[in-house]
Ligand binder design. Structure first.
Ligand SMILES: Cc1ncc(COP(=O)(O)O)c(C=O)c1O
Length: 361
């Protein structure tokens, strides 16, 4: 796998559909903010450990959660890593799904916690409330809810989210609301609005603002919880000041660039669907996706997801992800593609994908 990344990173022609990153235009203010920060050599000092006050405020405003607090982190990844260290010690359990963003499961397991990995690759391709209830036991400390879900792009209605919040409340466990892809969802409900005292929100500017390379995120939650966890975070000396300046510019200008970005992402999805519909044995379990990626199920086709990934990458310079990265049980059934990229790049995928599937049939 690392060879794939070595290849993709050294080859500028590669169409990057493998990490749900956002390569669409946002706002020139972001690059200006980066240049200004660099020109001022702000990077010579440690930044304010608690984060730039304006960034902290912009994140709370973005979520409209004025009564919560936050800690600025090196991407959502640090937020989730430190959260696992804090609330999922050895012997505890976390309600998780399969497929899922397994990096967080790995963080929990590193500390000796167990993940339930409830199968969700069927039906509505998201948690069934009864499955959650059945999986909870006295060791359960949290429900890891990714909404919209990476890799499937399914999302929860307000009623569904309410039902999950009620279960968390009844059992006095944390609800971790990973909202990395929230801005792509037409109707998204924040769990923090339904269960503020037991919800921890994992926030990221990587995929919406297109700042994955700058590594900025946040852990948002009840004030007393953030106070308690703050001293245990990895980013004890703050995070990249350049990244914070860029994030401020991105959030300040969000209303100007987000609508156009979403329109392109929706259009790209429809182009992918049109080509998928023409290939025998290939289908989209969730369409439209409420995130910046989707799953293409190839279970009824003879091709193996890893072969599809390899052929697309090494013969067509298109980087998609075989399902086993995000599913241990169903990874052989699908590939994952992200579409928050310029339409001409999606068109390269659309041209290559049917050829690859034909060759592997
Ligand atoms: C569901 C989910 N959560 C969190 C992250 C971490 O994002 P970052 O560390 O770039 O903020 C990702 C990245 O792919 C993700 O898919």
């Amino acid at each position: 796998m690392s060879n794939d990344f070595d290849y993709a990173h050294t080859n500028k022609n590669v169409v990057w559909m493998s990490q749900n990153t956002n390569h669409l235009p946002t706002h020139s203010a972001i690059q200006e903010a980066i240049k200004t920060s660099a020109n001022n050599r702000e990077y010579t000092k440690y930044p304010l450990a608690s984060g730039l006050p304006e960034l902290r405020q912009l994140i709370l405003d973005d979520l409209n959660l004025p009564n919560q607090d936050l800690h600025i982190t090196n991407g959502g990844t640090e937020a989730l890593y430190c959260l696992m260290r804090h609330i999922q010690p050895k012997g505890t359990e976390m309600i998780t799904s399969d497929p899922s963003y397994f990096v967080v499961h790995k963080f929990a397991k590193l500390g000796g916690a167990k993940c339930t990995d409830i199968p969700i690759y069927h039906g509505d391709y998201k948690f069934d409330i009864e499955d959650i209830k059945n999986a909870i036991n006295p060791s359960t400390k949290s429900i890891f809810l990714i909404d919209p879900i990476n890799p499937l792009g399914s999302t929860y209605s307000k009623d569904e989210k309410k039902a999950i919040c009620e279960v968390a409340e009844d059992h006095n466990i944390w609800l971790i609301d990973d909202i990395t892809y929230r801005d792509y969802a037409p109707n998204h409900t924040l769990a923090a609005n339904l269960l503020p005292e037991k919800t921890i929100t994992a926030y990221s500017v990587s995929k919406n603002c297109g700042l994955a390379g700058l590594r900025v995120g946040s852990l948002v939650g009840p004030k007393d919880f953030i106070k308690e966890i703050r001293g245990t975070m990895v980013s004890d000396l703050g995070i990249s000041v350049v990244g914070q300046r860029a994030s401020v510019a991105a959030l300040e200008t969000k209303s100007e660039w987000l609508p156009g970005l979403l329109e392109t992402a929706r259009h790209n999805q429809s182009l992918i669907k049109a080509v998928v519909d023409k290939i025998d044995g290939v289908e989209l379990p969730v369409y439209p996706s409420a995130a910046s990626m989707m799953v293409i199920d190839i279970a009824k086709h003879k091709a193996n997801p890893q072969d599809v990934q390899d052929k697309l990458l090494y013969e067509h310079d298109i980087f998609v992800r075989a399902g086993n990265y995000v599913s241990s049980r169903f990874g052989e059934n699908f590939i994952r593609v992200s579409f928050s990229i310029p339409t001409p790049e999606v068109e390269r995928f659309i041209e290559a994908f049917p050829k690859v599937m034909e060759q592997l049939s």
